[in-house]
Design a protein around this ligand. Structure first.
Ligand SMILES: C[S@@+](CC[C@H](N)C(=O)[O-])C[C@H]1O[C@@H](n2cnc3c(N)ncnc32)[C@H](O)[C@@H]1O
Length: 412
């Protein structure tokens, strides 16, 4: 085995031409198991790329833009030399992934992070950051809790844990004596949160290396996402009924092509109703959601379903408005479904609360202002629909706020 231009052996074994290789770990088995056979022009980011084995392999498998990121000057120097020899157009960047902003990183279809998690101080933050950066999938190789130096933390429990197959180990993140963190599969699954709207599914595979495993994290990426948003009782359900019954005016107003209808979901049904492969989604969203006491988030920024806003090529937010007087009268007209004495009492209390809010001068407008400014901060396109007459009508922003700000006396 030869080495390129007098360099020492690397982390990865890389074949330059038949009979000419640099020495290191044989990573071919992992590549075979975890990389797509054909990237079909997709972009790839390899975090902790070392000498660039997986970058070259991605290029060989028809990837489009490939970026290899590493903090080691020496490894990247070698990677660049090999790239030249292989005539492989890979961008090698000497940066710490954790120190780069999401904007600097941009987005990649595939993100690779093999054997790097236990080298960073905040591996959980790293996983979440990878979810933000990746469109389609994250490919991971992770150090499990079997290492000898982890025994210090686990004590004799390590014997028991090691007896269990990887898939049956409980959710644990265990430090070794240097403070590096090791994850069981179940811990990784919980952190990536299978219930989050971003993760479609996680597939675990065995690695060639001892005490390591591979994880293929498939992410949700939508062709289009529309939100039908508005406050409680503004008429979202009614518009959806009109849509479902094939009303062409409703379909036109909320941009639905009847030949390719979207999957309609309520925020509460996300992510369960979003099966893998769903590509067009219309989600209805009550903009009072963060104020309802039964959810454990208190702002739009911390509402997990709104993370979907960052996971589509095209996001349109339809903002359904009507006059405060119309809101009050709709709340008063509503009846609980399947009325029992307890339900009626609960509904009355809820209706009173809403009437109080909608009758407070400026409150409805303020509620919508907070929602729209959040959506704008996420770069969403906003479209306003006046629903005062129960026939949807597109209006501009100025008109929408004029409707929302109408004093109640004027219209009652
Ligand atoms: C164990 S090697 C793994 C190399 C390669 N991913 C593989 O599995 O064949 C870890 C690599 O990650 C790099 N690394 C560690 N922390 C990093 C960070 N925060 N950002 C970018 N690279 C990092 C190291 O310099 C090293 O080259």
């Amino acid at each position: 085995m030869s080495k390129p231009d007098g360099h020492v052996e690397g982390y990865q074994r890389i074949r330059l031409v038949p009979g000419d290789e640099i020495e290191g770990h044989d990573r071919a088995g992992v590549a075979e198991r975890v990389l797509p056979k054909d990237f079909g022009g997709a972009s790839v980011l390899d975090i902790g790329c070392a000498e660039g084995y997986f970058c070259f392999e991605a290029k060989r498998r028809h990837a489009g833009r490939v970026v290899g990121l590493d903090i080691s000057t020496k490894r990247l120097e070698r990677a660049r030399q090999i790239a030249e020899k292989l005539a492989a157009p890979v961008e090698f960047v000497e940066r710490d992934f954790m120190a780069m902003s999401d904007a600097e990183l941009g987005r990649f279809d595939f993100v690779l992070c093999l054997n790097v998690l236990h080298h960073v101080a905040d591996p959980v933050g790293m996983l979440h950051k990878m979810v933000r950066v990746a469109r389609r999938a994250i490919l991971l190789e992770v150090a499990d809790v079997g290492y000898r130096d982890v025994a210090e933390s686990l004590g004799w429990w390590q014997g028991i844990v090691k007896l269990l197959p990887g898939a049956l180990r409980p959710g644990m993140i265990v430090p070794n004596r240097k403070g590096q963190l090791f994850f069981t599969r179940r811990a990784l699954r919980t952190i990536l949160d299978q219930d989050s709207p971003e993760v479609e599914e996680i597939e675990f595979m065995r690695s060639d290396r001892r005490h390591r495993y591979l994880a293929l994290v498939r992410l949700r990426w939508l062709e289009s996402l529309s939100l039908l948003s508005g406050t409680s009782s503004v008429g979202k359900s009614e518009i959806l009924r009109q849509l479902r019954s094939g009303d062409p005016e409703a379909a036109r107003t909320v941009g639905v092509d009847p030949a390719h209808p979207p999957t309609i979901v309520n925020a509460i049904q996300v992510p369960k109703r979003l099966t893998p492969g769903t590509s067009r989604v219309l989600m209805h969203y009550d903009i009072r959601r963060p104020t309802r006491e039964f959810w454990d988030f208190s702002s739009y920024a911390s509402d997990p379903v709104l993370r979907l806003l960052g996971r589509s090529d095209k996001v349109t937010v339809y903002v359904l408005v009507c006059t405060p007087a119309a809101l009050v009268s709709r709340v008063r007209d509503e009846q609980p479904s399947r009325p029992t004495a307890a339900r009626i009492a609960k509904h009355e209390q809820y209706a009173q609360e809403l009437v109080g809010l909608y009758s407070t001068p400026g409150a409805v407008r303020a509620l919508y202002e907070a929602w729209c400014s959040f959506c704008k901060s996420r770069g969403c396109e906003l479209k306003y629909i006046d629903y005062t007459t129960r026939r949807p009508r597109l209006v501009d922003e100025e008109e929408a706020y004029r409707i929302l700000g109408q004093p109640i006396e004027q219209t009652t």
